[in-house]
Ligand binder design. Structure first.
Ligand code: ZN
Length: 429
C-alpha cells in the first residue's frame, strides 16, 4: 500500500464531488444521470428500449441505464449491475415544527439502520424533494439547503455522568430532534424551503426531506489512504457503476446499471429493488430484439447480476466481531461476499466469473464471510436475482463505520471497483 496512482486519485476526487452533490436518493439519480449524459448517453422514457445505443432513464430515487450493442440478438445475455441510492438518515415529518423551551425544533423520523450517536453535534443541512403547486397541477422540485442550519446537541456529560460506562441510549422520538433557531425568530421550517425555491409556503403540497452532514468529503490518513464522507454506502458503488458503464460502447452482453431507492428499509417500493420495472425493462429489450419466450429463457440463463454494495472491513479495535480467517482490508481491492443462507447471492459459478474478470482487470480481490454466530446483513442482490431469475454475485468495497453519518473507505478501492465493474459489464467471460 502506498500513495494513490493518478487514476485512483482522480476517481476518488470524482467520487467525493458526486457524494457532496448528492445528499438524497433523488440527487443521486440526478448526479448519475448527469454523468451518463456527459458521457454521451441519451435520455429516454424507455419506450424505445432495445434499440442499439446508450440510454438512461431516471425517476424518483432510481435510475436505469443500458447499452445495447449493434450485434445484440434475441438470446444475447444481460450483465446487470445493481446498487442502492439511499442511506440511513434522519427525515423530516410531515408537520415538521416541534418547537419547545424557546427553541425552533424539527420533528424527525429515523430512516433505516442509523447509528444514532453519529448524528449528534454535526452541522446539518436539509435536502430531498417537494411538490409545488403550478396552476391546478403540481410539479416536483429538488431541494438542497447545504448550509449548517440544524444541530442535534448531545447532552453534556455533567448531566449524564454514567454515559461512558453504561453506553449512550438515544430515544428515536425524543432525543434526535434538531434545533434550527429560537422560537420567535424561526417559526415554520417550511418557510426555509419555500424561500430557497422562491415559492409561496402555501404552494408546497408535499415533501420528502432529510438531513445531511454539511462538512465536505475529503481524504484522511497518511498518503490520503482513506476517504472520509457521508453515504459511502452505497454512493461509492453507484458512482463506480455509472463510471464503468459510461466507458462502455460495444459490450458483448447487454450492459445495464440499475440504481434503486429504499434498500435500507427493505426494497419494497416502486423505486426499490423489488420493483417490477426491472424485469419489464429486460423483457422490453429482449422483445425488441425479436426474442421468443424460449429465447428469453436462453438469454436469462446466460445472464449475470452484479449486486454492488459496500462490505465491512475488519475493524482493528473490534477484531473479535469478525472471522479472523476472512480478514477484509480497506485498499485491499473489491470484496466478494459469501453467505450460505443466501443473504448474499455469490455461488461457485458467479465467483468464477468474478475472479476471471478481476484477473483481466488486474485488480486485487478479497473474500467476506461473517462470523457464523452473527446475523448477516443483506443487499438488493437476493431480491433482484429472484425477481429476474438470473445468477448473481455480491461484491463491494471495504469500509468502516457503515451507517454512520460519516463513513470511511479506502481511497484506492473505488477505482479498482470501477475497473472490475467495467470488465464484468463489458464481457461475458
Ligand atoms: Zn448498502
Amino acid at each position: 500500500m502506498g500513495a494513490m496512482t493518478a487514476s485512483q486519485h482522480a476517481h476518488a476526487v470524482s467520487l467525493t464531488r458526486f457524494i457532496d452533490q448528492s445528499p438524497s436518493p433523488y440527487h443521486v439519480a440526478q448526479s448519475a444521470e448527469r454523468l451518463l449524459l456527459d458521457a454521451g448517453f441519451t435520455a429516454t422514457d424507455g419506450r424505445s428500449a432495445g434499440e442499439p445505443g446508450r440510454f438512461v432513464r431516471s425517476a424518483d430515487g432510481a435510475l436505469f441505464a443500458w447499452v445495447v450493442p449493434e450485434s445484440a440478438g434475441p438470446t444475447t445475455p444481460f450483465r446487470v449491475v445493481g446498487a442502492h441510492t439511499d442511506s440511513p438518515n434522519l427525515r423530516l415529518k410531515p408537520l415538521p415544527n416541534a418547537h419547545t423551551q424557546g427553541y425552533a425544533r424539527a420533528s424527525v423520523e429515523v430512516y433505516g439502520g442509523v447509528l444514532l450517536n453519529s448524528w449528534l453535534d454535526r452541522d446539518l443541512g436539509l435536502s430531498g424533494r417537494v411538490t409545488v403547486r403550478v396552476g391546478d397541477r403540481s410539479e416536483g422540485r429538488l431541494v438542497f439547503l447545504n448550509e449548517p442550519l440544524f444541530r442535534v446537541p448531545q447532552l453534556a456529560i455533567h448531566l449524564d455522568r454514567d454515559v461512558n460506562n453504561t453506553g449512550l441510549v438515544l430515544n428515536k422520538h425524543a432525543h434526535l430532534r434538531p434545533i434550527f433557531g429560537l422560537e420567535d425568530g424561526a417559526d415554520d421550517l417550511m418557510d426555509l424551503v419555500a424561500g430557497e425555491l422562491d415559492v409561496p409556503r402555501s404552494d408546497i403540497l408535499g415533501a420528502d426531506l432529510m438531513f445531511h452532514d454539511t462538512n465536505p468529503s475529503g481524504f484522511v490518513g497518511v498518503d490520503d489512504s482513506f476517504i472520509s464522507a457521508p453515504r459511502l454506502d452505497n454512493q461509492l458503488s453507484c458512482h463506480a457503476a455509472v463510471t464503468a458503464l459510461s466507458g462502455i460502447t460495444d459490450p458483448d452482453a447487454i450492459a445495464i446499471v440499475a440504481l434503486f431507492d429504499h434498500e435500507e428499509v427493505g426494497s419494497v417500493s416502486s423505486s426499490g429493488a423489488a420493483t417490477a420495472a426491472t424485469p419489464v425493462l429486460l423483457d422490453q429489450i429482449a422483445d425488441s430484439r425479436g426474442a421468443t419466450p424460449a429465447d428469453r429463457v436462453a438469454s436469462r440463463a446466460g445472464s449475470l447480476l452484479i449486486s454492488a454494495d459496500n462490505a465491512h472491513a475488519t475493524h482493528p479495535n473490534y477484531p473479535e466481531r469478525h472471522d479472523p480467517g476472512h480478514r477484509v482490508m480497506m485498499n485491499g481491492g473489491p470484496v466478494l461476499k459469501h453467505n450460505v443462507n443466501q443473504r448474499y447471492t455469490t455461488d461457485a459459478h458467479s465467483a468464477a466469473t468474478f475472479h476471471l474478470a478481476a484477473e483481466r482487470a488486474g485488480v486485487p480481490t478479497q473474500h467476506f464471510s461473517n462470523r457464523a454466530d452473527l446475523a448477516c446483513g443483506s443487499t438488493i442482490g437476493p431480491t433482484l436475482a429472484a425477481g429476474l431469475g438470473i445468477r448473481a454475485l455480491d461484491m463491494g468495497c471495504a469500509q468502516l463505520a457503515m451507517h454512520s453519518c460519516r463513513e470511511l473507505a479506502g481511497s484506492e478501492d473505488p477505482w479498482s471497483m470501477t475497473l472490475l465493474l467495467a470488465e464484468l459489464l463489458g464481457g461475458t467471460g
